[in-house]
Design a protein around this ligand. Sequence first.
Ligand code: FES
Length: 340
Amino acid sequence: MATGTGSTAGGTADTGTTGRITEWKALGSRFALLPLRLFLGVTFVYAAFDKLSDAHYLAGAGDPASFYAQTRAAEGGSPIGWALAPALHAPTFFGLLIAFGELAVGLGTLFGLWGRVAALGGVLLSATLWLTVSFHTTPYYLGNDLAYLLAWTPLLLAGTPYLSVDGYLTARAARDRARGLAEDAVRRRALLDGGIAAVALGGAGLLSGSLTAGFGRDEIPAPTAASGTGATSPVPQTGPTVPAAQVPVGGSATVKDPASGDAVYIVQPAAGQYAGLSSVCTHSGCAVNPPKDGQLYCPCHGSKFDAATGAVITGPAVKPLPKYTVTRNGEQLELGPQQS
Ligand code: FES
């Protein structure tokens, strides 16, 4: 008798444990895409604000870190280079379109509002970036845009049915059907409320993005293009010049290599030490950012170069940035020939 009772209790405990494990498994399957959704949503919102707050992003042709310069650098080697002409013709419009597109995709994904539409936007943006800036990355797995493109695919297929506005609207539609509301009315209600939520979220994104672009941008000195002979220069000048006052220790000014047309950073890594470093990344030709904290960073695949020597600190680039001599003539710095 006693044995029978114990056996029953043990059996109940086993059943309880098995049941809980089954529940946890079901819960895990249900929310399997949630970490990916959070990551992609946060990343795209972050990327949008990063662009909108970056003074270089819309600076135009004279700034090698600008959207224009990056697009121009990608144009030659891209399989869709022919399609980039409108972006080069209206870089401010397309630069903002990409930044606000990323913001819309990120917010839609985070809130789970029209999740498949947001994921489709993520697929299109990632595919565009893959086919332009990272198409020639070798080996292919170092190109992050291809990974993002594939990461969006599960969300495109599954949508955002849980912990989301979409989930709320679907559950409410089911309740409406259960209480006998006509299918047309159910759909109209879901579409209307989804539209209102999209307008509210889009308005909030537009406002915060515009405020960031208008007031939250870093200040940079205006890039300096090649200039003619300085009035007070004691020697004839043959290369592009820039006032020495525009190149603080750790900072840079931008000039153009008259031979290649490439932008070159004139840098002063230590007091009185000047050099010129090409802005063209030796990995796949993207424009590296101006020096910061002693390094030049390439936004395409993350290579880092030493701001004093141009040497590679972090790959995938393996060759240093081409270096130029720079001479100081009074208050002017003059770019000399390329050394390496
Ligand atoms: S182009 Fe790939 S790291 Fe610069």
